[in-house]
Design a protein around this ligand. Structure first.
Ligand code: KIV
Length: 263
């Protein structure tokens, strides 16, 4: 765990330079933010995965900017020192660099978050540069980019061919050169993730990308065993689904048999 002063982009960069791993975790509300931050998460990512884990959608596509703002405000309220990153949702930045700035300014002013994250490699470099030159901290995201699921067809490992691996390396370098402060590598081969990590000066954040990244990120529900099914790379560290349903079941039984509340 890095020190308890407020985490900044510079803190994360320094951690990479010192060979220290940093810990990123998704959070979607004030309670999860406060628990995660107090337990030592360095970065709270308000992922658009909230569409799937909190809002009941099948993909992240239907997530609206208002959803992201609503949840990010809550995370910022629950947080003390972690760096808070808000995902820009599908359709809120892809049109033009100007659209991305407008969206990011709104997100930052309304939520108080520290950075925005957007999906895409070299083709998004112009947008990332446009944002960073205007003082906005950006986290990139390449490999499996869930907002492209309708194009990809399935959620699965990316970068399986030599050409695809070369493209991902070029994407990573383009994102760094455009000024991003960190880069999420989702579902790419371990060796490629380690190679990208070695070539970049900015921290890489792995999810399904092996141990060679500078940081790891997991989805709150997967880490804590709240998901119905976990990805193979993310074993649950607790079984909250079972604990919660057991507690509700015992309380419901007590209500029905008249032992709750006690008189
Ligand atoms: O939306 C999200 O939670 C993410 C992480 C999986 C990286 O983008």
């Amino acid at each position: 765990m890095i020190d308890k002063k407020p985490v900044t982009a510079a803190t994360l960069l320094r951690a990479k330079q010192n060979g220290e791993k940093t810990v990123w975790l998704t959070a979607y509300d004030a309670a999860s933010a406060s628990i995660a931050e107090a337990a030592g998460a360095d970065v709270l990512l308000v992922g658009d995965s909230l569409g799937m884990v909190c809002l009941g959608y099948d993909t992240t596509i239907p997530v609206m900017l208002e959803d992201m703002i609503h949840h990010t405000k809550a995370v910022v309220r629950g947080n003390k020192t972690a760096w808070v990153v808000c995902d820009l949702p599908f359709g809120s930045y892809q049109e033009s660099p100007e659209q991305a700035v407008k969206t990011s300014v709104r997100v930052m002013q309304e939520t108080g978050c520290d950075a925005v994250k957007l999906e895409g490699g070299a083709h998004m470099a112009e947008t990332i540069r446009f944002l960073t030159e205007r003082g906005i901290a950006v986290v990139g995201h390449i490999g499996l980019t869930p907002q492209s699921i309708k194009k990809l067809g399935v959620y699965g490992m990316q970068g399986k061919t030599e050409d695809a691996q070369a493209q991902l390396l070029a994407d990573a370098q383009a994102v760094e050169q455009a000024g991003a402060g960190a880069l999420v590598l989702e579902c790419i081969p371990e060796g490629l993730a380690a190679k990208i990590t070695g070539k970049l000066g900015i921290p890489t954040v792995g999810i399904g990308a092996g141990p060679g990244c500078d940081a790891q990120v997991l989805v709150w529900h997967d880490l804590l065993g709240l998901s119905e099914k976990n990805p193979s790379f993310a074993p649950a560290y607790a079984n909250l689904r079972e604990i919660i349903s057991d507690a509700i079941g015992r309380w419901a039984a007590d209500v029905r048999n008249g032992t709750f509340p006690k008189s």
